[in-house]
Design a binder for this molecule. Structure first.
Ligand SMILES: Nc1ncnc2c1ncn2[C@@H]1O[C@H](COP(=O)(O)OP(=O)(O)OP(=O)(O)O)[C@@H](O)[C@H]1O
Ligand SMILES: Nc1ccn([C@@H]2O[C@H](COP(=O)(O)O)[C@@H](O)[C@H]2O)c(=O)n1
Ligand SMILES: [Mg+2]
Length: 221
């Protein structure tokens, strides 16, 4: 049963999925989008790392799966995303690093059920991805050569098919992630500007079922 009704009624919730290989720049671009467009950035990986750090019920299992570059059960990550969305009080969300596979996508549709407006796909060659991650000094347990290789395999085998699914729906906006972070954001900025302009335009064309003169028939003599 979808929890879409858990959001305040009458509030349009905008969800954008941000998908790309490990190290493609999802977090980097999401930080820029937040500053420029006022979205709430929900990093699936960060939500899971918080579970590990706070040693929750699933913390140990999540830690082991992340160390292996494997994906955690979809209901866990989807319920973490839902809780974060509801707690934020915002109505615009960047869901970073999700969905990662078909199971993620189906669990999201079943539990949250808010169709993404767009899927931002940050495309970047593998050699560049590996270079970035091995130079990234964030102390992540999964930024080692072995785990990186497994994460790449998951991205290729499980995540790219999800990008294809949304591409068939015309929802994917691809950017060249190999450019500089600022140059990538120029492309990202154009995509989000178009999205939000279209949304404002659609709101100003709300259909009124009757013209003002019709009201006269409702006024008792
Ligand atoms: N366009 C870019 N050019 C060069 N370096 C970049 C670019 N974008 C991000 N980086 C750097 O590459 C590393 C990975 O970036 P980031 O953490 O944003 O990627 P990510 O897609 O969120 O990765 P992960 O999936 O592992 O969380 C960081 O050190 C970041 O500073
Ligand atoms: N939908 C997801 C997203 C992430 N994970 C696990 O977290 C790891 C790190 O993700 P980043 O986006 O921060 O790179 C990822 O390798 C997975 O182990 C997940 O299980 N499901
Ligand atoms: Mg990231």
């Amino acid at each position: 049963m979808s929890q879409a009704g858990a959001f305040p009624p009458g509030k349009k919730i905008t969800v954008v999925f941000v998908i790309g290989g490990p190290g493609s720049g999802k977090g980097t671009q999401c930080s820029k989008i937040v500053r420029h467009f006022g979205f709430t950035h929900l990093s699936a990986g960060d939500l899971l790392r918080q579970q590990v750090q706070s040693d929750t019920e699933h913390g140990a299992m999540i830690k082991n799966l992340m160390h292996e570059g494997k994906l955690v059960p979809s209901d866990i990550i989807v319920r973490l995303l839902l809780t974060a969305m509801l707690q934020s009080g915002n109505d615009r969300f960047l869901v970073d690093g999700f969905p990662r596979n078909e199971e993620n996508r189906r669990a999201y549709e079943s539990i949250i059920g808010i169709e993404p407006e767009l899927v931002l796909f940050i495309d970047c060659p593998r050699e560049e991805l590996e270079r970035r991650i091995l130079h990234r000094d964030q102390g992540r347990d999964d930024d080692n050569v072995d785990t990186i290789r497994k994460r790449f395999q998951v991205f290729h085998d499980s995540t790219l098919p999800v990008v294809l699914y949304y591409d068939r729906m015309g929802k994917v906006r691809r950017v060249d992630g190999a450019k500089s972070a600022d140059a990538v954001f120029e492309d990202v900025k154009a995509i989000f500007t178009q999205l939000l302009t279209t949304q404002v335009h659609s709101l100003t064309h709300i259909y009124l079922p009757f013209s003002p003169i019709d009201c006269s028939v409702l006024i008792k003599p």
